[in-house]
Write a protein that binds this ligand. Structure first.
Ligand code: SAH
Length: 463
């Protein structure tokens, strides 16, 4: 086709294009009317739109996890992972004086439910903790994963819709299991001890991306700005828009993805506000070219965890003492601010995050330091430990000993090789190992300080 034909088409409408998915068309139409959108808005739609989001629409009977899915996670690799997180909760509950009631277990982003199932099995062996657990909350955006979790945790027990959320009964502990779509809907009852687990959840929360740039030089012939005035670099947001048609229309395998990032031409509300929220970002602004990623949703989850555990210390009427803990396990740098970290995964391969929206899993590095800052800023009733490498944490939790114990009960060589391979993959630091890239961070009640480090973070189990 001649180039005139294409240019006639190009600006006509988004209808003229063949979009990879219905969600791609919908995003393109929206951008056509509103203009380019923040990366966070794109991510949010791709992952959890009710119309074709990656987690929120059925995938022809298959799910996202495992060999036939798109990716595999630690709890799916070995049952030991969840068991050790269960033991961590037991140890933390003991260190906090073994409360005899009011314990709540909360998991955000529970996937297939495997992790919570393994945690509950481990906790069941500690009778006094098991009898203190009042309720299990599952925060899950995906209706199909909620179903899978319900089947695993509650078997045939009925599921009813209540004012708090969908509710059934745990087959391990006999207590209610309640599903909500957001942690905001989990009641914040004072005097409870919430133990919160977030495994590979924060990486799925939408990020905004910014770059520091030299603002355009004022025209000195017309400008009233003094010529000697110092023009400091400013943050600009990276926005998503469809890739112009001529660049995607190619028969080669090199076709560009349907969407692309470009720098906003002027400040956006997000670029004016978010990078001002921490000295870590402010320190980078004077250096043009600096890139930063910020996830306001991640920060509000960390804030929420801290308030549940440490209490709202800004009002000091009758504050119950801090109690509970949160364990955050994910990938990301220990102290630096993530940049260029958005990735797409499909069928275990890295693909462009801007292709086939809704069919590709999107995730970004977790900014652990930002989460720690948010938690500590929200409540003076908490302290933060870590992040430490997952390999270190699991070794300290006794992964080797637990694997040896499991191996004793296995007769066949294949089973032995599987168990050996699995636990090593969770702790190994190189190759396909998850021991170094994945990190673990804990939010616990303040006051322990140097006297008490949680187990897995340099402390001992005090059993
Ligand atoms: N923790 C599990 C699953 C990780 S995948 C595991 O390790 O195997 C991410 C999980 O978070 C999925 O269950 C997904 O449906 C859920 N999720 C993603 N974004 C969410 C959001 N914004 N709110 C609630 N749940 C979300």
């Amino acid at each position: 086709m001649g180039s005139r034909g294409w240019s006639a088409f190009r600006y006509s409408s988004t209808e003229a294009r063949r979009w990879s998915t219905p969600l791609a068309r919908q995003l393109a139409e929206a951008i056509n009317t509103t203009g380019p959108i923040p990366l966070a808005a794109y991510m949010r739609q791709c992952l959890t739109s009710p119309h074709g989001g990656y987690y929120t629409s059925p995938k022809d009977g298959r799910d996202q996890f495992g060999r036939k899915g798109d990716f595999i996670t630690s709890p799916e690799i070995s049952q030991i992972f969840g068991e050790l997180l269960g033991v961590w909760i037991v140890a933390e509950w003991m260190a906090q004086g073994r409360k005899s009631r009011g314990v709540e277990l909360v998991e955000v982003g529970p996937g297939r439910g495997t992790l919570m199932d393994d945690i509950l099995r481990a906790i069941r062996n500690f009778r006094s903790l098991a009898s203190s657990v009042e309720v299990v909350y599952m925060v899950e955006a995906s209706p199909s994963l909620r179903e899978a979790q319900k089947t695993l945790l509650c078997g045939d027990a009925p599921m009813e819709e209540t004012k708090d959320g969908y509710k059934s009964t745990s087959k391990s502990l006999g207590v209610p299991v309640i599903w909500t779509e957001d942690i905001r809907f989990v009641p914040k009852d004072s005097g409870k001890s919430p133990f919160i687990i977030a495994h590979e959840f924060f990486d799925a929360l939408p990020i905004h991306a910014f770059q520091s740039v030299h603002p355009p030089q004022p025209d000195i012939t017309t400008s009233t700005t003094k010529p000697h005035g110092i023009i400091t670099p400013q943050w600009r947001e990276l926005l998503v828009a469809p890739t112009p048609l001529e660049t995607t229309h190619t028969t080669h395998a090199t076709a560009s993805p349907e969407f692309q990032l470009s720098l906003a031409k002027s400040p956006t509300p997000h670029s004016l506000l978010l990078p001002e929220t921490s000295p870590r970002y402010k320190a980078l602004r004077p250096h043009p070219g600096s890139l930063i990623e910020i996830s306001p949703e991640a920060l509000s989850y960390a804030t929420d965890f801290a308030l549940r555990i440490g209490g709202d210390t800004t009002n000091n009427n009758n504050q119950p003492s801090p109690s509970g803990a949160a364990l955050i396990l994910d990938y990301g740098p220990s102290s630096t601010i993530p940049l260029n970290s958005l990735r797409g995964i499909r069928a275990h391969k890295a693909v462009s995050p801007f292709s086939s929206p809704g069919l590709v899993d999107l995730s970004a590095d977790v900014d652990f330091t930002a989460l720690a800052e948010a938690a500590l800023g929200a409540s003076s009733g908490v302290e933060v430990h870590g992040p430490v490498e997952q390999g270190f944490f699991l070794q300290a939790m006794g992964i080797r000993e637990r694997a040896e114990q499991l191996l004793k009960g296995v007769r066949d060589e294949e089973g032995r090789v599987r168990i050996e391979g699995a636990w090593k993959r969770l702790v190994e630091r190189g190759g396909g190992g998850m021991g170094r890239i994945y990190k673990v961070m804990a939010i616990v009640p303040a006051g322990g300080g140097a006297r008490r480090r949680p187990v897995g973070f340099g402390g001992d189990v005090d059993v």
